[in-house]
Design a protein around this ligand. Structure first.
Ligand SMILES: [Zn+2]
Ligand SMILES: [Zn+2]
Length: 142
């Protein structure tokens, strides 16, 4: 069992929610992708005859995983990435490379906590930065 799945089991048990086989499978696929992956691609990888996973089921599983802080949605790419540190507080700062579409997450930032409207409870935040990653910048220079 990979670290991310073990960590997911732990976090879900802690939160009193269930990591169903489908949620687990979706998380595993996102983690294995090693980069942003679209819901459609996830769906095609899931054995539908066995799990009876219809598109809404996969979207619900993704919603659950986002709520749990296990995956983040990259709005610009309409794709999902696994969080390198699950359950870090649901605020993600993502750096998206416009050339290779790689996504890096920076941990420790707390976007949306400053200057928020009084009494507003932030459920999840994602800040996306666009540019060129070091690898692509190097490739362009050489
Ligand atoms: Zn994260
Ligand atoms: Zn790049």
């Amino acid at each position: 069992m990979s670290d991310i799945l073990a960590e997911a089991e732990r976090l879900c048990a802690q939160a009193g929610v269930r990591l169903t086989p489908l949620r687990r499978r979706v998380l595993d696929l996102v983690a294995r992708a090693g980069g942003p992956v679209k819901a459609y691609d996830l769906l095609s990888q899931i054995d539908r005859s066995r799990t009876n996973a219809k598109p809404p089921t996969v979207y619900r599983a993704l919603d659950f995983l986002m709520e749990a802080g296990l995956v983040h949605k990259v709005e610009a790419l309409n794709a999902y990435v696994a969080c390198p540190q699950a359950g870090h507080g649901h605020a993600a700062v993502l750096y998206v490379c416009e050339r290779c579409a790689s996504v890096s997450e920076v941990l420790g930032a707390r976007p949306g906590q400053e200057n928020k409207p009084k009494g507003f409870k932030v459920k999840r935040s994602v800040v996306e930065h666009y540019g060129v990653c070091a690898k692509c910048a190097q490739n362009a220079a050489s």
